[in-house]
Ligand binder design. Structure first.
Ligand code: KG4
Ligand code: ZN
Length: 341
């Protein structure tokens, strides 16, 4: 099946073309620089940028894939969750294109797409997925921290999620306290690589609890109080590096410990990780080590597919169509609060 997929849920305008489970093109126009001066995503600016960039992003995705719109057999787009007006741009564009082409349109859940992005490889997800059932999926982004049990391709249920801040949000908010540029995750990782993770001790919230939920707001608050009690800290570049390394260690420790514990409990044969925070090298290494200790296969989303992209939307849409999920006929509405069950 030949599909065009669009993603505009937050601050990346992305279009991809997929065919038979393979990514032919994946174009991402990032708005990070635009929002950086405000220290976070400004919804109205994001909407306008999507509107401005989407036509050329789609044209480039089709050209790079070497296909014309007339050859498409369907269109998919992120339906939620996300910023309402930003979602509206991509989803309504997808519906309009599908309508004009007389082809079906499918709305995709952004987090479910992040989950399956770990399976984007040379082969389509269905070609390798059955070997690894059941699996545990960690989806860690700026908006969500999800632990999901996957029974089989397209069949999964939520084990736990964050009770307050997401892991990425914690990185971003701590970075802001440290005066670092937005988005804070990559910058904190860069500084952490030159710091001592054992320099300062920060809490590991809910790490030893029996349930699978997360909480990161207390960690952010701990850093705030720490800075209040050590006012000279921000003037010392090495202290900032050590702080980044210590906070990163706390976040990674919680994510890894809870993920591996859940995997061992359900007898998972594979652990996957995806979402923007899964770019983090320390998280990738610790997950891989934890999996190795328990004889579990670790499947990490490629970095290009960790952050928001349309390829993951297209790959999941195609699997859904193959799984006989009915495509909407152009009249569905966006769902900004669409949680996965
Ligand atoms: O998945 P994503 O691109 O967008 C959402 O759906 O939220 O994730 C963005 C988040 C941001 O919070 C960003 O700081 C974080 O992922 N992030 C990282 C790294 N790269 C991106 N966090 C830690 N280390 C990184 N290398
Ligand atoms: Zn995302």
């Amino acid at each position: 099946m030949l599909l065009l997929a669009l993603e505009t849920s937050c601050d990346e305008t992305s279009a991809a073309v997929v065919r038979d489970g393979r990514v032919l093109s994946n174009v991402v126009a990032s708005q990070i620089r635009l929002h950086a001066e405000y220290g976070g995503v400004v919804p109205e600016l994001a909407t306008r940028e999507h509107l401005r960039n989407l036509p050329s992003v789609v044209a480039t995705a089709l050209r790079t894939a070497g296909v014309t719109s007339g050859q498409l057999e369907g269109v998919a787009a992120t339906r939620g969750p996300g910023l309402p007006n930003a979602l509206m741009i991509g989803f309504k564009a997808a519906q309009a294109m599908a309508f004009a082409l007389g082809k079906p349109c499918l709305g995709i859940n952004h987090h479910e797409a992040h989950l399956y992005s770990a399976w984007i490889a040379g082969d389509p997800p269905r070609a390798c997925f059955h070997e690894f059932e059941p699996s545990i999926a960690l989806v860690v982004s700026g908006g969500h921290t999800l632990l999901v049990q996957v029974e089989s391709l397209l069949h999964h249920h939520l084990l736990g999620s964050t009770l307050d801040d997401a892991a990425g949000e914690c990185f971003d908010k701590v970075a802001k306290l440290l005066g670092l540029a937005y988005p804070g995750g990559p910058e904190m990782e860069r500084l952490a690589s030159q710091g001592d993770p054992g320099a300062f001790s920060f809490p590991r919230p809910l790490m030893r609890e029996a349930h699978d939920d997360f909480s990161f707001s207390g960690l952010k608050t701990a850093v705030r109080y720490f800075l209040r009690d050590h006012p000279g800290m921000l003037a010392d570049p090495q202290a900032i590096r050590d702080l980044c390394a210590s906070v990163q260690a706390a976040i990674v420790d919680v994510l890894t410990t809870k993920t591996i514990k859940a995997a061992v409990r359900i007898g998972a044969r594979v652990v996957t990780a995806s979402g923007g925070v899964a770019c983090n090298l320390s998280l990738r290494q610790k997950l891989a080590e934890g999996c190795q200790r328990h004889g579990i296969r670790c499947r990490l989303s490629e970095k290009a597919f960790c952050t928001d992209n349309a390829a993951m939307i297209g790959i999941l849409a195609e699997e859904k169509w193959r799984g006989k999920v009915a495509a909407s006929q152009w009249d569905e509405e966006i769902n900004p609060n669409w949680e996965i069950a």
